[in-house]
Design a protein around this ligand. Structure first.
Ligand code: CA
Length: 225
């Protein structure tokens, strides 16, 4: 899941990005309102963390312009209790949730996961394809009764595939949502990680959950087989 953090306190922003990366999120950072707005309008994020007092353009203005441009990416506002705005303003202006500073990572991640669940109401909290099950909140992956150990990157890749079942996803799509913007290698890395996943979720069970669609990308089959 790709997140955008718009926060001008550099230390806090970097710490949040590191914390989220450790949880398997991809996290990009913008330190000013206009830059954050530009990214939010032009890049595909799954969720946005938005500070209020920002140089150039306040978080409220970023949010208003995003919604005016019909960008409905879920937004979690980071509010300060002593600020001139309050939580009610955040929700009035179209934020999906808010979190008062200071907050712990555990709470931050719980709010993000809840937002992602609400953003995709048709999807259950545990993602499944036949007898393969991935539980993002518990960081757990199982095939039938077998626990499968995945690295953070493998987990994120499989989560993204499971959130888009039966769709053909190009290597570029996957690179965008599963690797961060600082990754400057080529798209072959996607192929490598698809291979790692297949060796864990498919090969030992004689399955073919992740199909290669020649010249187009990959497709996760939601049905049996
Ligand atoms: Ca600030």
């Amino acid at each position: 899941m790709r997140t955008l953090i718009i926060e001008d306190e550099h230390e806090l922003a970097e710490a949040m990005a590191d914390g989220l990366a450790a949880e398997g999120f991809v996290a990009d950072v913008a330190h000013e309102g206009p830059d954050g707005l530009w990214r939010a309008l032009n890049e595909p994020y799954d969720v946005i963390l938005l500070d209020i007092m920002l140089p150039g353009l306040s978080g409220y203005d970023v949010l208003k312009r995003l919604r005016a441009a019909k960008v409905w990416t879920p937004v979690l506002m980071l509010t300060a209790k002593d600020g001139e705005y309050d939580e009610a303003d955040a929700l009035d202006l179209g934020a999906d949730d808010y979190l008062s500073k200071p907050f712990s990572y555990v709470v931050l991640v719980a709010h993000l996961r809840a937002l992602l669940r609400r953003a995709a109401p048709a999807r259950p909290a545990v993602l499944t394809a036949d007898d393969l099950a991935l539980d993002p909140a518990r960081r757990r992956c199982r095939r039938g009764n077998h626990d499968i150990d995945l690295t953070a990157r493998e987990f994120t890749l499989l989560e993204y595939l499971l959130r888009h079942p039966d769709e053909v996803l190009s290597k570029t799509d996957l690179l965008t949502h599963v690797w961060d913007e600082h990754f400057d290698g080529d798209t072959n890395i996607v192929e490598v990680y698809i291979g790692y996943l297949r060796r864990k979720i498919d090969a030992p069970f004689d399955r073919l959950t992740i199909e290669t669609v020649r010249g187009a990308g990959y497709r996760l089959r939601s049905g049996a087989g």
